[in-house]
Write a protein that binds this ligand. Sequence first.
Ligand SMILES: C[C@@H](c1ccc(Cl)cc1)n1cnc(-c2ccccc2)c1-c1c(C(=O)NCCN2CCN(C3CCCCC3)CC2)[nH]c2cc(Cl)ccc12
Length: 101
Amino acid sequence: AAENTCRLALGQVNQVMRPKVPLLKILQAAGAQGETFTLKEVMHYLGQYIMVRQLYDKRQQHMVYCGGDQLGELLGLESFSVKDPSPVYDMLKRNLTSAAM
Ligand SMILES: C[C@@H](c1ccc(Cl)cc1)n1cnc(-c2ccccc2)c1-c1c(C(=O)NCCN2CCN(C3CCCCC3)CC2)[nH]c2cc(Cl)ccc12
């Protein structure tokens, strides 16, 4: 699934990551508690955020319109399709650091 490929892209499986502040704020807006998360948790909360903020298109539900939202700022995109997760991977590489240390 998307998170497996992303996890491989970011290295370890089930590694605990520390989001940078802008990403952490988005996860917390989706109900996340604490400051470290596994990649699966990050993806879950980002999905929740998109749903809660109604950023997906009701008719074409794979399309996310994030322009004007903090998520769009982080991604540097007005919109993206959940069928092409690469922009999300790139954003996570910039906004997640390993919490192992
Ligand atoms: C495969 C997975 C995915 C996961 C990561 C990526 Cl980079 C792409 C794709 N996925 C497939 N559709 C979605 C999705 C679509 C619209 C609105 C919200 C989520 C997701 C995303 C999840 C998620 O945790 N998905 C659980 C099951 N989803 C099914 C779709 N469901 C909604 C579809 C729209 C109508 C309401 C239900 C929500 C639960 N997390 C994400 C985070 C982001 Cl930055 C982008 C998309 C998602």
